[in-house]
Design a protein around this ligand. Structure first.
Ligand code: ASP
Length: 320
């Protein structure tokens, strides 16, 4: 039994026509972040430290829908959310409605470690961030021209968007979002060390054109994020479906109550979820890793101590 790690950069309807210049930077970022996680595990950092470290790196990358790449609400504002959980102790922390915190995942960890609570949102979470002295920036830092354009296109199509489908094109658009890139993905990381200690972390800007105040699956323990002493899970996709399906907890419950393997449990849950809504990454205490999805694609990467590495977007991509 050795360590294992997996990360995702969002699941959705990602067309295979996604241009090379849009897919390669994300795959490169996944490879880079995977390496950071692998190095940290090899240096015997705790899985909790590793998932926070990797998710911070993904939050700082504008190619993903978290941190600086966060998508916008229907009011053109940013409301980021994140969750972190330690498997053995089931300690966890979650945050929602952040508009100035540079790394939401680190605030979630502070909620876990420095408060008697699990979940802080909106003004209270922002006030806690200031009290803790965590890095904050003006909310304009998160509002990128690409995400203004994504919001515009979602409004024109009158939809709350998660998929990567063809955006509506308008003549004269100054900052066109390239074809097949109308949305970008939530991020997550799960890790287990050689002793079977497990942790998970997920961070997101939510859905393009979401209502102000909407909370998705990411910060909901047992929906988008869950870990216990058997497995660690981070989900991505249509948040409302993932909450209804208690996706992350169901994987753990099938292992716990039915004795299913990690892969069987995760596959069962994802296949049972409404088609096109759900993807997840998971690792087990035994060092297994699985990354099923029922969407067209999921930006994902994994590695294990025995030398296995995979980085992919669509089904059936081979190991590196
Ligand atoms: N699950 C996220 C949400 O609904 C979106 C995503 O995974 O891309 O907020």
């Amino acid at each position: 039994m050795g360590w294992a790690i997996a990360l995702h950069g969002g699941a959705g309807d990602i067309p295979r026509s996604l241009p090379l210049e849009r897919r390669e930077p994300r795959k490169a970022a996944l490879r880079h972040c995977l390496q950071i996680g692998v190095d940290a595990l090899n240096s015997h950092r705790s899985p909790l430290d590793v998932v926070e470290l990797v998710v911070r790196e993904l939050e700082n990358n504008p190619h993903f829908n978290a941190g600086v790449g966060s998508v916008l609400t229907s009011n053109g504002t940013v409301e980021m959310e994140a969750c972190i959980m330690d498997g053995n102790t089931k300690r966890c922390g979650a945050v929602s409605g952040l508009s100035t915190v540079k790394n939401a995942i680190s605030l979630a960890r502070l909620v876990m470690e420095k408060t008697p609570h699990i979940y802080l949102g909106f003004d209270g979470a922002e006030a806690f961030a200031r009290e803790q002295g965590i890095e904050t920036v003006d909310s304009s830092h998160f509002i990128t021209p690409e995400n203004i354009e994504r919001l515009k296109q979602a409004k024109e199509a009158n939809r709350v968007q998660i998929d990567y489908t063809q955006p509506i094109k308008k003549v004269g658009d100054k900052i066109p979002v390239p074809d097949g890139d109308s949305q970008i993905g939530t991020v997550g990381c799960v890790a287990v060390d050689g002793l079977g200690n497990l942790a998970t972390a997920t961070s997101t800007g939510g859905l393009v054109n979401k209502m102000v105040g909407r909370i998705g699956d990411t910060p909901i323990i047992g929906a988008g994020t869950y870990a216990n002493n058997l497995c660690a899970v981070s989900a991505t996709g249509r948040g409302e479906a993932i909450i209804r399906g208690t996706v992350a907890r169901d994987v753990a419950a099938l292992m716990e109550y039915k004795g299913l393997s990690l892969n069987d449990a995760a596959t069962y849950v994802v296949e049972g979820a409404p088609s096109g809504t759900t993807g997840l990454i998971a690792v087990s205490a035994k060092g297994e890793v699985t990354m099923p999805f029922n969407t067209t694609g999921m930006f994902r990467a994994c590695a294990s101590e025995d030398g296995y590495t995979e980085v992919g977007i669509w089904p059936g991509e081979l190991r590196e």
